[in-house]
Design a protein around this ligand. Structure first.
Ligand SMILES: [Fe+2]
Length: 293
């Protein structure tokens, strides 16, 4: 029996069965998952007991790995996982939960704000792929918002108003909104704002979607408070329940999503208990807009 995909939300999200993604995939399986991503934007797999090597091998069927440098404040010597594996756990190098007030832990809380992965990079991420190795017993759901459906639901006047707008995204905007405002000169240089279109067109479908993220903190040519009100307003619109899928993690769930068409956030959980989630990230193939010379 071949791979099967069942839609589990009225607008997007497919649940994939009859496949072991730890094994090398056939070209038909790769094609089915590719098509599933274009159609559903989020694919959920269950019971996939992966090693990091297997996760990496599966990931590379769908593109090239994103260079993860500049994505967080963890120093290379403090990393728990190999290069290429994004650590989105709450664990330190010793495998234990980070101290509640550690700077890395506080910085990582930014994942609880709605965002699209790597929207703070000039070429933002294509797919993110997340393997749940150890889940927290309470909370810690990941929520996904369908930004194409959210765009389609806007009235014509709003679409006309925002279609050509360019935002600035930076990790300092998302973390700044949590009160984390102190950065070293090196971090400031690393987190320098980049430009992104507010409305982007999907390269595979030609469909438009809102490109929002908590990393967005300014709109070119607009006073900052006005820009932030507009961004908040659009985010509120885009994250209404009808556009959102809530994923309740089971151990060894595996979820991949298209950052070009979705936003996501993690919900609160008990940080004193371990949560081990490992992400691989595929690079996008083009910027959404030219950067400043
Ligand atoms: Fe994320």
């Amino acid at each position: 029996m071949g791979i099967a995909i069942r839609q589990i939300h009225p607008m997007f999200v497919g649940e994939v069965s009859d496949i072991d993604i730890g094994k090398p995939l056939s070209p038909d399986e790769v094609a089915a998952i590719d098509e599933g991503m274009i159609r559903y934007a989020v694919l959920v797999f269950h019971d996939q007991k992966l090693t990091d090597e297997q996760q990496m091998a599966f990931t590379l069927n769908f593109g090239t790995l994103e260079d993860a440098r500049g994505g967080n404040i963890t120093k290379p010597e403090d990393r728990r996982l190999h290069v290429g594996m994004n650590d989105v756990s709450n664990l330190g190098k010793d495998g234990r939960p980070l101290e509640r007030d550690s700077r890395v832990q506080l910085f990582n809380l930014g994942n609880m704000l709605w965002h699209s992965d790597s929207s703070f990079r000039p070429v933002p991420a294509k797919y993110s792929l997340l393997s749940a190795r150890l889940v927290n017993p309470i909370g810690g759901n990941t929520e996904y918002a369908d930004m194409r459906a959210a765009y389609d639901a806007l009235d014509a006047q709003t679409k006309a108003e925002i279609d050509e707008l360019i935002c600035e995204h930076s990790l300092m905007y998302s973390r700044g909104s949590l009160g984390l405002v102190d950065y070293s000169e090196e971090e400031k240089a690393m987190f320098r704002p980049v430009r992104q279109r507010l409305v982007r067109t999907h390269p595979a479908t030609g469909c438009r979607s809102l490109y929002l993220s908590s990393h967005a903190g300014a709109i070119l040519g607009m006073p900052t408070p006005e820009a932030r009100i507009l961004l908040r307003d659009l985010t509120e619109h885009a994250t209404q329940p009808q556009f959102v899928y809530v994923h309740r993690w089971q151990p060894w769930d595996f979820v991949m999503w298209d950052n070009r068409r979705t936003m996501h956030r993690v919900r609160r959980y008990d940080h004193s208990l371990p949560r081990d989630m490992r992400r691989t990230t595929l690079a996008g193939d083009a910027p959404t807009v030219g950067q400043q010379a």
